[in-house]
Write a protein that binds this ligand. Structure first.
Ligand SMILES: *[C@@H]1O[C@H](CO)[C@@H](O)[C@H](O)[C@H]1NC(C)=O
Ligand SMILES: *[C@@H]1O[C@H](CO)[C@@H](O)[C@H](O)[C@H]1NC(C)=O
Ligand SMILES: *[C@@H]1O[C@H](CO)[C@@H](O)[C@H](O)[C@H]1NC(C)=O
Ligand SMILES: *[C@@H]1O[C@H](CO)[C@@H](O)[C@H](O)[C@H]1NC(C)=O
Ligand SMILES: *[C@@H]1O[C@H](CO)[C@@H](O)[C@H](O)[C@H]1NC(C)=O
Length: 323
């Protein structure tokens, strides 16, 4: 029986010692290496106990990660990514799934998510792992998006929800991100999006690419939070809190100045408008927009306004601080 642990590229970093992940990881691999029977994982954070009795030949039922029979994002409760799942936005949070132990979708309780990378398919198991399974320990954030992760807006939309989830869940950090674009594993994330992820986490991001597996290999996840609709359905209040948090973290990460007061001692207001070029996304009359914004800003004490032209070569911190 071949029980590989995660590949070197997906090893949790040292910084995560604070998290329970390492503890679980140790427990997990220890038992896996020594005995394949009656493995009990006690998930301390949610007090759920999952018992994986044994590895077995009993095959799992796999479904395509992208189900072309379901139109994308039309149905309110499901979409083509992991189409067997039905969910919805709840308590201000966008639709998301937690495996195992999903308190919001009780019929998902104790389901362990497994993926066949080669076949681009997924399955759930509750009590056994099939042969040739790689178990990725700790927490994995899985996202699917209709768009790529190079475009700042689309990429941010796909991943920002996880930071809201962290905020709501004692800042539990993931051991890795696994990103999909319409069911295809994403190997590369644009630098702006990568920096945003790094800022949100407060440490380097581990991007899992599920490489080097054969047809029959299966990857199962100790714990997963999965989102497939980005920020869709997130309440205005939660959105506000999320971006407030990301903005402050980005400011600190980029070593933005600490002073928040104008020379007259009043609270400073900095308004930076980031504009794009071109017919499709640029302002029709950029000068007029700048003029109006500046005029309104000048009426307020301590207000400064700047316009930044967004270029694809602009660095993350340029955008955060050069304003
Ligand atoms: C979506 O889910 C809600 C509640 O879970 C249910 O009331 C509704 O009928 C579902 N909609 C469809 C189209 O299945
Ligand atoms: C992937 O597909 C191949 C060929 O159809 C099959 O032999 C193999 O068992 C499948 N793997 C998984 C994990 O389902
Ligand atoms: C597990 O992997 C070994 C070596 O690659 C292979 O011989 C065996 O058939 C695999 N078992 C299953 C159930 O796929
Ligand atoms: C911020 O300052 C620290 C300490 O001087 C430095 O190590 C770090 O590289 C700076 N960060 C950025 C993004 O420039
Ligand atoms: C970035 O791109 C803009 C035009 O797209 C160009 O004018 C500028 O020189 C570039 N800056 C760097 C540092 O390459």
């Amino acid at each position: 029986m071949d029980t590989k642990k995660s590949s070197p590229s997906s090893k949790p970093s040292h910084k995560q010692v604070e998290c329970t992940a390492i503890y679980l990881y140790t427990l997990f691999s220890f038992f896996f290496l020594l005995t394949f029977h009656s493995l009990t994982i006690t998930n301390t954070s949610t007090t759920t106990t999952i018992t994986i009795t044994t590895f077995s030949d009993h095959p799992l039922t796999f479904h395509p990660l992208k189900d072309t029979k379901i139109p994308p994002y039309k149905h309110p409760n499901k979409t083509w990514f992991m189409s067997t799942l039905s969910g919805k936005a709840i308590n201000g949070m966008p639709e998301h799934f937690v495996f195992p132990s999903d308190h919001q979708h009780s019929k998902n309780n104790n389901k362990i998510l497994c993926i066949s990378p080669r076949n681009k398919s997924y399955a759930f198991t509750t009590d056994h792992l099939p042969e040739n399974t790689t178990v990725l320990p700790g927490l994995t954030f899985i996202a699917d998006s209709f768009y790529d992760y190079e475009n700042p807006w689309h990429g941010m939309n796909a991943v920002a929800g996880f930071f809201a989830w962290m905020k709501e869940n004692e800042c539990k950090k993931p051991s890795r991100f696994l990103l999909f674009k319409n069911g295809e594993v994403v190997k590369r994330v644009g630098s702006w999006v990568y920096n945003l992820m790094k800022v949100g986490l407060g440490e380097e991001v581990v991007l899992e690419r599920l490489e080097g597996s054969s047809d029959r290999d299966i990857v199962c996840f100790e714990k997963v939070v999965m989102m497939r609709r980005g920020l869709g359905g997130m309440s205005g209040m939660m959105r506000h809190g999320l971006f407030e948090m990301l903005r402050s973290k980005a400011w600190r990460y980029c070593n933005g100045s600490r002073s928040r007061s104008s020379s007259s001692g009043n609270e400073m207001i900095k308004i930076s408008l980031v504009g794009r070029e071109g017919k499709k996304r640029g302002f029709k009359d950029e000068n007029e927009v700048k003029h109006v914004m500046k005029r309104e800003c000048d009426e307020l004490d301590g207000c400064s306004f700047s316009f930044i032209r967004f270029t694809s070569n602009m660095s993350f911190c340029d955008q955060v601080c050069n304003s």
